[in-house]
Write a protein that binds this ligand. Structure first.
Ligand SMILES: *Cc1c(COP(=O)(O)O)cnc(C)c1O
Length: 474
């Protein structure tokens, strides 16, 4: 006879189940060969000092699932089973350490983050409560494919006021991410397109397009944004741009290039411009710079907006403004689609915008980020002197820092990580990251005034370890 370990104090697993599981494992692993006879109920019950009922229940379950069969008056026997193929382990062994979470950093220079400490959770919860109270019934229905009517109406006013974008609510499509919206847009624009992208640029969009089989082409950018002249030599018919604050260079595209871009688009009937306007709510010098969409006279610009930078990335609400023809196509073709953003968050955001809280928050954060940005730039000048230069700092939540060093970007980033700094390089925005110069993408949303000098010293240590200890540089 064999030994079955039974725990009598196991509240989760009753005795019959433990017997069942033991046989199941033995049979599956092949340690019990086919047609082996199982001990009788009585003898097993006696050996294990359990009731016969427990053994019977276990045998009945094994029988019901086909692990064993019965032969009249003879007892229970093991079924003939093919060995269960174990295959290769589906996940590679975890020998790579998990990336440290944001909390593991002393200072964060992330360009993808916002200051969540200053988010007006109290006002947000008030809006959420109002939304929840308004209509319990509505939480059982799903939103129209384009998103909640009330939110689209609120956005149509807000985006006109804040970004100069003229549109009707019917042109607005809500989604849980810019990527999800872009995927939708790619379907609407139809097959056989070629997408021109900024280089360096936002790689998540390039990869999304390439991995879904779309053709892409890279166009150079400079201190005035996308080099529109390069469009003359491209085979592309759709271009994705960040004219308000080029990602990652931070360039603001001057109106001369905006006009060139639009005129290129108007030359052929099937050309489109996709404007990714991800962080331009925050502007620090002079007036708001209107979106490219506001100059478009022929309805060829698709405007992409997001609340990830102006509110919270975890909110997951983004939107696009389609030209009327594409909006009509969506209404016809998109009826099978399910809206991806949460209804409760959409209803909350609608109220948050209507009551003026959104505008108030953006204004307050512009002031706050503006102060951080100014102090940070001052501190960098103090500490780095002529060993670094700043680019693209006029708006948004990041700028570039060109470090004057023969050292590689990788070794700077390595030292930063070792020194508990969250820091990213321009390599993240390049298709061929090996060729990246020692240029850093400095996000400042997560920095605090009081610790700025120390954060900049730490940044300097990562860039110039050998100069440390020789006192402040001028
Ligand atoms: C943050 C960001 C977005 C926004 O993406 P969501 O999915 O809406 O959060 C879009 N484009 C760029 C370049 C960004 O940095």
């Amino acid at each position: 006879m064999f030994y079955i370990p039974i725990s009598r104090h196991d509240k989760v697993s009753p005795i019959y189940k433990q017997i069942y599981q033991w046989f199941q494992q033995e049979i599956l692993s092949g340690r019990f060969s086919a047609n082996t006879q199982l001990p009788s109920k009585r003898s097993l019950a006696e050996t294990l000092s359990v009731s016969q009922n427990s053994v019977l229940s276990a045998y009945m379950q094994l029988h019901a699932e086909g692990y064993i069969y019965t032969a009249e008056r003879k007892g229970y026997f093991v079924e003939r089973l093919e060995p269960l193929s174990l295959g290769a382990p589906s996940l590679p062994a975890a020998n790579e350490p998990a990336p440290p979470s944001a909390r593991d950093y002393t200072y964060s220079f992330s360009h993808m983050s916002v200051d969540a400490f200053r988010f007006p959770f109290k006002q947000w919860r008030k809006a959420e409560q109002a939304a929840a109270d308004a209509s319990l019934d509505s939480w059982c229905d799903i939103d129209p494919p384009a998103g909640a009517e009330r939110l689209r109406t609120a956005i149509s006013y807000s985006v006109r006021q804040m970004r100069g974008v003229e549109c009707r609510p019917e042109q607005i499509i809500i989604g849980a991410s810019t990527q999800a919206l872009l995927q939708l847009l790619v379907h609407l624009l139809g097959p056989d397109r070629s997408y021109a992208l900024e280089d360096p640029g936002y790689q998540r969009i390039r990869l999304l397009l390439e991995k879904s089989g779309q053709r892409t082409e890279l166009l150079p950018v400079d201190r005035h944004g996308l080099q529109t002249k390069a469009l003359q030599n491209t085979a592309s018919d759709t271009v994705i741009v960040t004219p308000s604050h080029q990602m990652p260079l931070g360039s603001i595209m001057p109106v001369s290039r905006r006009i060139q871009l639009l005129n290129w688009c108007y030359e052929k009937a099937d050309r489109y411009i996709i404007e990714d306007d991800y962080d331009s709510e925050f502007r620090y010098e002079g007036d708001m710079i209107p979106a490219l969409q506001s100059l478009d006279k022929q309805d060829r610009v698709v405007y992409m907006g997001t609340y990830s930078k102006s509110l919270l990335p975890g909110l997951r609400i983004s939107y696009m403004v389609l030209p009327p023809a594409l909006a009509a196509a969506f209404q016809k073709e998109g009826t099978h689609l399910i809206q991806t953003a949460s209804s409760l968050h959409q209803q909350t955001l609608a109220r948050f915008i209507e009551t003026g809280e959104y505008r108030k928050h953006v204004r307050r954060m512009s002031r706050h980020y503006g102060e951080i940005r100014e102090l940070l730039i001052h501190e960098i000048h103090q500490v780095f002197g002529s060993h670094a230069s700043i680019q693209g700092e006029k708006s948004g939540l990041h700028f570039l820092l060109h470090v004057q060093t023969k050292d590689s970007l990788a070794s700077i980033l390595g030292r930063a990580a070792a020194g508990k700094l969250e820091l990213y390089g321009i390599d993240r925005f390049m298709k061929y990251p090996d060729q990246a110069p020692p240029t850093l993408v400095i996000g400042f949303a997560r920095l605090e005034k009081a610790s700025l000098p120390e954060a900049v010293r730490a940044l300097h240590r990562a860039c110039f370890p050998s100069l440390e200890g020789s006192g402040r540089l001028t």
